[in-house]
Design a protein around this ligand. Sequence first.
Ligand SMILES: NC(=O)c1ccc[n+]([C@@H]2O[C@H](COP(=O)([O-])OP(=O)(O)OC[C@H]3O[C@@H](n4cnc5c(N)ncnc54)[C@H](O)[C@@H]3O)[C@@H](O)[C@H]2O)c1
Ligand SMILES: N[C@@H](CCO)C(=O)O
Ligand code: NA
Length: 432
Amino acid sequence: MKPVKVGICGLGTVGGGTFNVLTTNAKNIARRAGREIIVAQIGTRRPNSDCDTRNIPMTSDIFEVAKNPDIDVVVELIGGYEVARELVMTAIEHGKHVVTANKALIAEHGEEIFALAEAKGVSVMYEAGVAGGIPIIKALREGLAANRINWLAGIINGTGNFILTEMRDKGRDFNDVLQEAQQLGYAEADPTFDVEGIDAAHKLTILASIAYGIPLQFARCYTEGISKITQDDVEYAEELGYRIKHLGVSRQTEKGIDLRVHPTLIPEARPIAKVDGVLNAVMVNGNAVGDTLYVGAGAGAGPTASAVVADIIDLARTLEADAAARVNHLAYNEIENEQVLPIEEVETSYYLRIQVQDKTGVLASVATILSERGINIEAIIQKEPKEGEELAQIILLTHRIVEKTMNGAIAAIQALDSTVGDVTRIRVEHLD
Ligand SMILES: NC(=O)c1ccc[n+]([C@@H]2O[C@H](COP(=O)([O-])OP(=O)(O)OC[C@H]3O[C@@H](n4cnc5c(N)ncnc54)[C@H](O)[C@@H]3O)[C@@H](O)[C@H]2O)c1
Ligand SMILES: N[C@@H](CCO)C(=O)O
Ligand code: NA
Protein backbone atom coordinates (compact mmCIF):
# COMPACT_ATOMS: atom_id res chain seq x y z
CA MET A 1 0.00 0.00 0.00
CA LYS A 2 1.18 3.51 -0.69
CA PRO A 3 2.47 5.51 2.29
CA VAL A 4 0.21 7.88 4.21
CA LYS A 5 1.45 11.45 3.97
CA VAL A 6 1.15 13.63 7.02
CA GLY A 7 1.50 17.43 7.28
CA ILE A 8 2.32 18.81 10.72
CA CYS A 9 1.23 22.39 11.54
CA GLY A 10 2.98 23.81 14.62
CA LEU A 11 6.32 22.42 15.79
CA GLY A 12 6.25 23.36 19.48
CA THR A 13 6.04 20.92 22.42
CA VAL A 14 3.43 18.59 20.91
CA GLY A 15 4.38 19.13 17.24
CA GLY A 16 8.03 18.36 18.01
CA GLY A 17 7.04 15.32 20.07
CA THR A 18 4.80 14.06 17.27
CA PHE A 19 7.55 14.42 14.67
CA ASN A 20 10.02 12.58 16.92
CA VAL A 21 7.65 9.70 17.73
CA LEU A 22 6.73 9.29 14.05
CA THR A 23 10.42 9.11 13.06
CA THR A 24 11.83 7.16 16.04
CA ASN A 25 9.06 4.52 15.97
CA ALA A 26 8.57 4.54 12.17
CA LYS A 27 9.22 0.83 11.68
CA ASN A 28 6.91 -0.30 14.44
CA ILE A 29 4.23 2.17 13.34
CA ALA A 30 4.38 0.88 9.73
CA ARG A 31 4.02 -2.70 10.99
CA ARG A 32 0.91 -1.73 12.95
CA ALA A 33 -0.67 0.42 10.24
CA GLY A 34 0.22 -1.94 7.39
CA ARG A 35 1.76 0.97 5.51
CA GLU A 36 4.41 3.61 5.97
CA ILE A 37 3.48 6.94 7.58
CA ILE A 38 5.72 9.77 6.46
CA VAL A 39 5.93 13.45 7.34
CA ALA A 40 5.55 15.12 3.93
CA GLN A 41 5.60 18.76 5.09
CA ILE A 42 5.88 20.86 8.25
CA GLY A 43 4.27 24.26 8.69
CA THR A 44 6.11 26.24 11.35
CA ARG A 45 7.37 29.72 12.07
CA ARG A 46 10.64 28.38 13.44
CA PRO A 47 12.56 25.09 13.69
CA ASN A 48 12.48 23.02 16.88
CA SER A 49 15.98 22.23 18.17
CA ASP A 50 14.74 18.85 19.52
CA CYS A 51 13.86 17.69 15.98
CA ASP A 52 16.09 16.67 13.08
CA THR A 53 13.93 18.00 10.22
CA ARG A 54 16.77 18.39 7.68
CA ASN A 55 15.14 16.34 4.91
CA ILE A 56 11.57 17.49 5.45
CA PRO A 57 9.96 20.23 3.30
CA MET A 58 9.19 23.18 5.57
CA THR A 59 6.96 26.23 5.10
CA SER A 60 6.11 29.18 7.32
CA ASP A 61 2.59 29.19 5.85
CA ILE A 62 0.49 26.55 7.62
CA PHE A 63 -2.33 27.02 5.09
CA GLU A 64 0.02 25.73 2.39
CA VAL A 65 0.07 22.43 4.32
CA ALA A 66 -3.74 22.40 4.63
CA LYS A 67 -4.08 22.78 0.85
CA ASN A 68 -1.15 20.58 -0.23
CA PRO A 69 -2.64 18.04 -2.70
CA ASP A 70 0.02 15.53 -1.72
CA ILE A 71 -1.05 15.35 1.95
CA ASP A 72 -3.63 12.90 3.38
CA VAL A 73 -3.68 13.92 7.06
CA VAL A 74 -3.23 17.43 8.49
CA VAL A 75 -2.10 17.53 12.12
CA GLU A 76 -3.13 20.79 13.83
CA LEU A 77 -0.80 21.55 16.74
CA ILE A 78 -0.72 25.37 16.75
CA GLY A 79 -3.35 25.81 19.54
CA GLY A 80 -5.81 28.70 19.99
CA TYR A 81 -9.29 29.08 18.52
CA GLU A 82 -9.50 31.26 15.44
CA VAL A 83 -6.53 30.49 13.20
CA ALA A 84 -6.74 26.83 14.26
CA ARG A 85 -10.44 26.75 13.30
CA GLU A 86 -9.72 28.30 9.92
CA LEU A 87 -6.83 25.90 9.35
CA VAL A 88 -8.88 22.81 10.22
CA MET A 89 -11.87 23.94 8.11
CA THR A 90 -9.52 24.63 5.17
CA ALA A 91 -7.91 21.20 5.49
CA ILE A 92 -11.34 19.50 5.57
CA GLU A 93 -12.51 21.56 2.57
CA HIS A 94 -9.49 20.17 0.74
CA GLY A 95 -10.50 16.61 1.62
CA LYS A 96 -7.89 16.01 4.35
CA HIS A 97 -8.39 14.05 7.53
CA VAL A 98 -7.42 16.05 10.61
CA VAL A 99 -5.73 15.11 13.88
CA THR A 100 -5.64 17.73 16.63
CA ALA A 101 -4.63 18.07 20.30
CA ASN A 102 -6.72 21.22 20.60
CA LYS A 103 -9.51 20.61 23.11
CA ALA A 104 -10.46 24.31 23.18
CA LEU A 105 -11.15 24.12 19.45
CA ILE A 106 -13.22 20.92 19.73
CA ALA A 107 -15.19 22.05 22.80
CA GLU A 108 -16.04 25.43 21.24
CA HIS A 109 -16.27 24.69 17.49
CA GLY A 110 -16.56 20.89 17.38
CA GLU A 111 -20.12 20.74 16.03
CA GLU A 112 -19.32 22.96 13.04
CA ILE A 113 -16.04 21.13 12.34
CA PHE A 114 -17.61 17.65 12.56
CA ALA A 115 -20.54 18.67 10.36
CA LEU A 116 -18.17 19.78 7.60
CA ALA A 117 -16.00 16.67 8.05
CA GLU A 118 -19.06 14.42 7.71
CA ALA A 119 -20.17 16.28 4.59
CA LYS A 120 -16.71 15.82 3.09
CA GLY A 121 -16.33 12.17 4.19
CA VAL A 122 -13.26 12.77 6.33
CA SER A 123 -12.47 12.28 10.03
CA VAL A 124 -11.30 14.64 12.76
CA MET A 125 -9.49 12.88 15.60
CA TYR A 126 -8.79 14.48 18.98
CA GLU A 127 -7.54 11.82 21.43
CA ALA A 128 -4.56 13.99 22.43
CA GLY A 129 -6.90 16.80 23.47
CA VAL A 130 -8.27 15.01 26.54
CA ALA A 131 -6.04 13.67 29.30
CA GLY A 132 -2.94 13.67 27.04
CA GLY A 133 -1.54 10.18 26.59
CA ILE A 134 -4.43 8.34 28.25
CA PRO A 135 -6.59 6.75 25.53
CA ILE A 136 -9.79 7.95 27.18
CA ILE A 137 -11.58 9.02 23.99
CA LYS A 138 -10.98 5.57 22.52
CA ALA A 139 -12.16 3.94 25.77
CA LEU A 140 -15.40 5.95 25.93
CA ARG A 141 -16.25 5.94 22.22
CA GLU A 142 -15.43 2.30 21.58
CA GLY A 143 -14.31 0.26 24.60
CA LEU A 144 -17.33 1.17 26.75
CA ALA A 145 -19.87 1.47 23.92
CA ALA A 146 -22.10 -1.25 25.42
CA ASN A 147 -22.78 0.78 28.55
CA ARG A 148 -25.10 3.49 29.74
CA ILE A 149 -22.49 5.72 31.36
CA ASN A 150 -23.71 6.73 34.84
CA TRP A 151 -20.93 9.14 35.76
CA LEU A 152 -17.35 10.11 35.12
CA ALA A 153 -14.87 12.10 37.15
CA GLY A 154 -11.30 13.01 36.41
CA ILE A 155 -8.15 14.90 37.14
CA ILE A 156 -7.87 16.26 33.61
CA ASN A 157 -5.40 19.12 33.86
CA GLY A 158 -1.76 18.10 34.32
CA THR A 159 -0.53 21.59 35.21
CA GLY A 160 -3.12 21.98 37.98
CA ASN A 161 -2.40 18.57 39.46
CA PHE A 162 1.34 19.27 39.33
CA ILE A 163 0.82 22.55 41.23
CA LEU A 164 -1.43 21.00 43.90
CA THR A 165 0.99 18.09 44.41
CA GLU A 166 4.07 20.31 44.78
CA MET A 167 2.21 22.64 47.17
CA ARG A 168 1.09 19.71 49.29
CA ASP A 169 4.31 17.64 49.30
CA LYS A 170 6.92 20.40 49.40
CA GLY A 171 4.98 23.42 50.63
CA ARG A 172 6.06 25.24 47.44
CA ASP A 173 4.65 28.55 46.33
CA PHE A 174 1.81 28.46 43.76
CA ASN A 175 3.44 30.83 41.23
CA ASP A 176 6.83 29.19 41.48
CA VAL A 177 5.38 25.77 40.59
CA LEU A 178 3.31 27.26 37.78
CA GLN A 179 6.48 28.69 36.25
CA GLU A 180 8.11 25.27 36.37
CA ALA A 181 5.06 23.71 34.67
CA GLN A 182 5.41 26.31 31.90
CA GLN A 183 9.11 25.51 31.46
CA LEU A 184 8.29 21.80 31.24
CA GLY A 185 5.83 22.51 28.39
CA TYR A 186 2.73 21.40 30.36
CA ALA A 187 0.88 24.71 30.59
CA GLU A 188 -1.42 26.33 28.03
CA ALA A 189 -0.20 29.42 26.17
CA ASP A 190 -2.41 31.35 28.62
CA PRO A 191 -1.88 29.49 31.93
CA THR A 192 -5.05 30.93 33.48
CA PHE A 193 -6.77 28.28 31.32
CA ASP A 194 -5.04 25.68 33.51
CA VAL A 195 -5.41 27.24 36.95
CA GLU A 196 -8.93 28.63 36.51
CA GLY A 197 -10.30 25.32 35.22
CA ILE A 198 -11.11 26.46 31.66
CA ASP A 199 -8.88 23.80 30.09
CA ALA A 200 -10.43 21.11 32.31
CA ALA A 201 -13.90 22.40 31.36
CA HIS A 202 -13.04 22.06 27.66
CA LYS A 203 -12.02 18.44 28.28
CA LEU A 204 -15.01 17.62 30.49
CA THR A 205 -17.36 19.06 27.86
CA ILE A 206 -15.91 16.64 25.31
CA LEU A 207 -15.97 13.65 27.70
CA ALA A 208 -19.61 14.25 28.69
CA SER A 209 -20.66 14.62 25.09
CA ILE A 210 -19.18 11.30 24.00
CA ALA A 211 -20.22 9.54 27.24
CA TYR A 212 -23.93 10.43 27.01
CA GLY A 213 -24.44 11.32 23.35
CA ILE A 214 -25.28 14.97 24.08
CA PRO A 215 -24.20 18.13 22.21
CA LEU A 216 -20.95 19.88 23.18
CA GLN A 217 -22.08 22.47 25.77
CA PHE A 218 -18.98 24.23 27.06
CA ALA A 219 -20.93 27.36 27.99
CA ARG A 220 -23.01 25.33 30.48
CA CYS A 221 -20.00 23.84 32.29
CA TYR A 222 -19.59 25.23 35.81
CA THR A 223 -15.93 26.20 36.29
CA GLU A 224 -13.97 27.02 39.41
CA GLY A 225 -10.15 27.13 39.62
CA ILE A 226 -7.53 26.18 42.19
CA SER A 227 -6.01 29.58 42.89
CA LYS A 228 -7.96 30.11 46.14
CA ILE A 229 -6.92 26.83 47.79
CA THR A 230 -4.89 27.47 50.93
CA GLN A 231 -2.31 25.36 52.75
CA ASP A 232 -4.77 25.24 55.69
CA ASP A 233 -7.45 23.59 53.53
CA VAL A 234 -4.95 21.02 52.25
CA GLU A 235 -3.98 20.15 55.85
CA TYR A 236 -7.51 20.08 57.31
CA ALA A 237 -8.74 17.92 54.42
CA GLU A 238 -6.01 15.42 55.26
CA GLU A 239 -6.92 15.47 58.94
CA LEU A 240 -10.42 14.45 57.86
CA GLY A 241 -9.06 11.63 55.64
CA TYR A 242 -9.36 13.40 52.28
CA ARG A 243 -7.16 14.86 49.52
CA ILE A 244 -7.95 17.98 47.51
CA LYS A 245 -7.91 17.44 43.74
CA HIS A 246 -9.06 19.64 40.88
CA LEU A 247 -11.77 17.45 39.43
CA GLY A 248 -14.06 17.47 36.41
CA VAL A 249 -17.28 15.69 37.36
CA SER A 250 -20.27 14.74 35.23
CA ARG A 251 -23.21 12.63 36.37
CA GLN A 252 -26.34 11.51 34.61
CA THR A 253 -29.05 12.18 37.23
CA GLU A 254 -32.85 12.02 37.12
CA LYS A 255 -32.99 15.83 36.97
CA GLY A 256 -30.40 16.17 34.19
CA ILE A 257 -26.67 16.01 33.59
CA ASP A 258 -24.24 17.80 35.83
CA LEU A 259 -21.11 19.23 34.30
CA ARG A 260 -18.69 20.88 36.69
CA VAL A 261 -15.00 21.56 37.31
CA HIS A 262 -13.91 22.56 40.82
CA PRO A 263 -11.51 21.73 43.64
CA THR A 264 -12.86 18.58 45.31
CA LEU A 265 -12.24 16.59 48.47
CA ILE A 266 -11.81 12.89 47.64
CA PRO A 267 -11.49 10.15 50.32
CA GLU A 268 -7.78 9.30 50.49
CA ALA A 269 -8.55 5.58 50.17
CA ARG A 270 -9.71 6.10 46.56
CA PRO A 271 -6.89 5.30 44.08
CA ILE A 272 -7.56 8.55 42.18
CA ALA A 273 -6.72 10.55 45.35
CA LYS A 274 -3.13 9.33 45.03
CA VAL A 275 -2.69 10.36 41.39
CA ASP A 276 -0.05 13.06 41.70
CA GLY A 277 2.18 15.37 39.66
CA VAL A 278 1.47 15.79 35.94
CA LEU A 279 -0.48 12.52 35.91
CA ASN A 280 -4.15 12.59 34.96
CA ALA A 281 -6.78 10.02 35.89
CA VAL A 282 -10.34 9.47 34.74
CA MET A 283 -12.89 7.25 36.49
CA VAL A 284 -15.83 6.09 34.40
CA ASN A 285 -18.80 4.19 35.79
CA GLY A 286 -20.91 2.23 33.30
CA ASN A 287 -24.04 0.22 34.09
CA ALA A 288 -22.56 -3.01 32.73
CA VAL A 289 -18.85 -2.62 33.46
CA GLY A 290 -19.04 -0.87 36.86
CA ASP A 291 -16.09 1.34 37.87
CA THR A 292 -13.11 1.74 35.54
CA LEU A 293 -10.01 3.90 36.05
CA TYR A 294 -7.55 5.25 33.48
CA VAL A 295 -4.25 6.79 34.61
CA GLY A 296 -1.29 8.30 32.73
CA ALA A 297 0.59 11.46 31.85
CA GLY A 298 -1.83 14.27 31.05
CA ALA A 299 0.65 16.62 29.38
CA GLY A 300 4.15 16.83 27.93
CA ALA A 301 5.68 16.17 24.51
CA GLY A 302 5.98 12.35 24.55
CA PRO A 303 2.65 11.42 26.16
CA THR A 304 0.65 13.85 24.02
CA ALA A 305 2.46 12.73 20.86
CA SER A 306 1.62 9.13 21.78
CA ALA A 307 -2.08 10.00 21.43
CA VAL A 308 -1.62 12.12 18.28
CA VAL A 309 0.26 9.32 16.53
CA ALA A 310 -2.28 6.67 17.62
CA ASP A 311 -4.97 8.74 15.87
CA ILE A 312 -2.81 9.00 12.73
CA ILE A 313 -2.35 5.20 12.74
CA ASP A 314 -6.12 4.72 13.13
CA LEU A 315 -6.67 6.95 10.11
CA ALA A 316 -3.95 5.21 8.11
CA ARG A 317 -5.72 1.87 8.61
CA THR A 318 -9.07 3.19 7.43
CA LEU A 319 -7.98 5.73 4.84
CA GLU A 320 -9.76 4.01 1.95
CA ALA A 321 -12.71 2.80 4.07
CA ASP A 322 -16.26 4.12 3.77
CA ALA A 323 -16.47 7.21 6.06
CA ALA A 324 -19.95 6.20 7.27
CA ALA A 325 -18.53 2.97 8.71
CA ARG A 326 -16.17 4.86 11.04
CA VAL A 327 -17.22 5.54 14.63
CA ASN A 328 -19.12 8.84 14.84
CA HIS A 329 -17.14 11.93 15.88
CA LEU A 330 -19.16 12.29 19.09
CA ALA A 331 -19.51 8.50 19.52
CA TYR A 332 -23.30 8.36 19.00
CA ASN A 333 -25.10 8.37 15.66
CA GLU A 334 -28.06 10.04 17.34
CA ILE A 335 -27.32 12.99 19.62
CA GLU A 336 -30.00 13.82 22.21
CA ASN A 337 -30.32 17.19 23.88
CA GLU A 338 -30.39 16.37 27.60
CA GLN A 339 -30.53 19.24 30.06
CA VAL A 340 -27.32 20.31 31.80
CA LEU A 341 -28.17 21.19 35.42
CA PRO A 342 -27.28 24.65 36.68
CA ILE A 343 -24.83 24.36 39.60
CA GLU A 344 -27.56 25.49 42.04
CA GLU A 345 -29.45 22.26 41.30
CA VAL A 346 -26.46 19.93 41.77
CA GLU A 347 -26.44 17.75 44.88
CA THR A 348 -23.18 16.96 46.65
CA SER A 349 -21.47 16.94 50.05
CA TYR A 350 -19.43 19.89 51.32
CA TYR A 351 -16.36 20.88 53.28
CA LEU A 352 -16.81 24.25 54.97
CA ARG A 353 -14.15 26.32 56.72
CA ILE A 354 -15.48 29.17 58.81
CA GLN A 355 -13.28 31.77 60.50
CA VAL A 356 -14.87 32.89 63.74
CA GLN A 357 -14.23 35.02 66.78
CA ASP A 358 -13.16 32.76 69.63
CA LYS A 359 -16.35 33.00 71.71
CA THR A 360 -18.70 30.48 73.30
CA GLY A 361 -21.89 29.62 71.44
CA VAL A 362 -20.46 30.16 67.95
CA LEU A 363 -20.46 26.50 67.03
CA ALA A 364 -24.04 26.14 68.28
CA SER A 365 -25.22 29.01 66.02
CA VAL A 366 -23.57 27.43 62.97
CA ALA A 367 -25.06 24.01 63.79
CA THR A 368 -28.54 25.58 64.16
CA ILE A 369 -28.32 27.25 60.72
CA LEU A 370 -27.41 23.93 59.13
CA SER A 371 -30.01 21.82 60.93
CA GLU A 372 -32.79 24.32 60.15
CA ARG A 373 -32.08 23.64 56.47
CA GLY A 374 -31.90 19.87 56.81
CA ILE A 375 -28.13 19.80 56.35
CA ASN A 376 -26.56 16.98 58.35
CA ILE A 377 -23.02 17.27 59.68
CA GLU A 378 -20.74 14.29 59.13
CA ALA A 379 -17.59 15.54 60.85
CA ILE A 380 -16.42 18.65 62.62
CA ILE A 381 -13.06 20.04 63.77
CA GLN A 382 -12.58 23.17 65.83
CA LYS A 383 -9.19 24.88 65.71
CA GLU A 384 -8.14 27.27 68.43
CA PRO A 385 -6.52 30.52 67.23
CA LYS A 386 -2.93 30.01 66.07
CA GLU A 387 -0.09 31.64 68.05
CA GLY A 388 -0.42 35.43 67.79
CA GLU A 389 -3.83 35.25 66.00
CA GLU A 390 -7.31 35.93 67.31
CA LEU A 391 -9.54 33.92 65.03
CA ALA A 392 -10.58 30.33 65.50
CA GLN A 393 -11.66 28.05 62.66
CA ILE A 394 -14.56 25.65 62.39
CA ILE A 395 -14.16 22.95 59.74
CA LEU A 396 -17.19 20.89 58.78
CA LEU A 397 -18.07 18.04 56.48
CA THR A 398 -21.73 17.76 55.55
CA HIS A 399 -23.91 15.07 54.04
CA ARG A 400 -25.33 15.50 50.53
CA ILE A 401 -27.53 18.52 49.94
CA VAL A 402 -28.60 20.53 46.92
CA GLU A 403 -26.29 23.50 46.22
CA LYS A 404 -28.94 26.22 46.50
CA THR A 405 -29.76 25.08 50.06
CA MET A 406 -26.07 25.22 50.91
CA ASN A 407 -25.86 28.73 49.39
CA GLY A 408 -28.61 29.84 51.80
CA ALA A 409 -26.82 28.28 54.77
CA ILE A 410 -23.49 29.89 53.85
CA ALA A 411 -25.15 33.30 53.50
CA ALA A 412 -26.70 32.90 56.97
CA ILE A 413 -23.38 31.80 58.50
CA GLN A 414 -21.61 34.76 56.93
CA ALA A 415 -24.26 37.09 58.37
CA LEU A 416 -23.49 35.97 61.95
CA ASP A 417 -21.66 38.61 64.00
CA SER A 418 -19.08 36.05 65.04
CA THR A 419 -18.13 35.05 61.45
CA VAL A 420 -15.16 36.83 59.91
CA GLY A 421 -14.69 36.99 56.13
CA ASP A 422 -16.08 34.54 53.59
CA VAL A 423 -16.81 30.90 54.32
CA THR A 424 -14.60 28.56 52.28
CA ARG A 425 -16.68 25.90 50.52
CA ILE A 426 -15.15 22.91 48.76
CA ARG A 427 -17.36 20.20 47.29
CA VAL A 428 -16.79 16.58 48.33
CA GLU A 429 -17.12 13.55 46.05
CA HIS A 430 -17.04 10.00 47.40
CA LEU A 431 -16.94 8.58 43.84
CA ASP A 432 -19.34 5.73 44.45
N1 LIG B 1 1.81 20.83 25.82
C1 LIG B 1 1.04 19.81 26.19
O1 LIG B 1 1.39 19.03 27.06
C2 LIG B 1 -0.28 19.60 25.50
C3 LIG B 1 -1.00 18.44 25.81
C4 LIG B 1 -2.24 18.20 25.17
C5 LIG B 1 -2.71 19.12 24.26
N2 LIG B 1 -1.99 20.25 23.99
C6 LIG B 1 -2.50 21.14 22.96
O2 LIG B 1 -1.65 21.05 21.84
C7 LIG B 1 -1.63 22.29 21.13
C8 LIG B 1 -0.20 22.78 20.99
O3 LIG B 1 0.35 22.95 22.29
P1 LIG B 1 1.92 23.06 22.55
O4 LIG B 1 2.09 22.90 24.01
O5 LIG B 1 2.65 22.20 21.61
O6 LIG B 1 2.14 24.60 22.20
P2 LIG B 1 3.49 25.31 21.74
O7 LIG B 1 3.31 26.76 22.01
O8 LIG B 1 4.67 24.62 22.33
O9 LIG B 1 3.51 25.04 20.16
C9 LIG B 1 2.69 25.69 19.25
C10 LIG B 1 3.54 26.05 18.05
O10 LIG B 1 2.70 26.51 17.01
C11 LIG B 1 3.32 27.63 16.41
N3 LIG B 1 2.27 28.45 15.77
C12 LIG B 1 1.21 29.05 16.34
N4 LIG B 1 0.49 29.70 15.42
C13 LIG B 1 1.11 29.52 14.24
C14 LIG B 1 0.86 29.96 12.91
N5 LIG B 1 -0.21 30.72 12.63
N6 LIG B 1 1.73 29.58 11.94
C15 LIG B 1 2.80 28.80 12.21
N7 LIG B 1 3.08 28.34 13.45
C16 LIG B 1 2.26 28.71 14.44
C17 LIG B 1 4.01 28.36 17.54
O11 LIG B 1 5.04 29.17 17.06
C18 LIG B 1 4.52 27.18 18.37
O12 LIG B 1 5.81 26.79 17.97
C19 LIG B 1 -2.55 23.22 21.93
O13 LIG B 1 -3.83 23.16 21.37
C20 LIG B 1 -2.55 22.61 23.31
O14 LIG B 1 -3.72 22.91 24.04
C21 LIG B 1 -0.79 20.51 24.59
N1 LIG C 1 -2.16 22.42 29.71
C1 LIG C 1 -2.74 21.11 29.65
C2 LIG C 1 -2.09 20.33 28.55
C3 LIG C 1 -2.73 18.98 28.33
O1 LIG C 1 -3.99 19.09 27.76
C4 LIG C 1 -2.55 20.42 30.98
O2 LIG C 1 -1.73 20.88 31.79
O3 LIG C 1 -3.24 19.44 31.24
NA1 NA D 1 -6.17 11.17 25.51
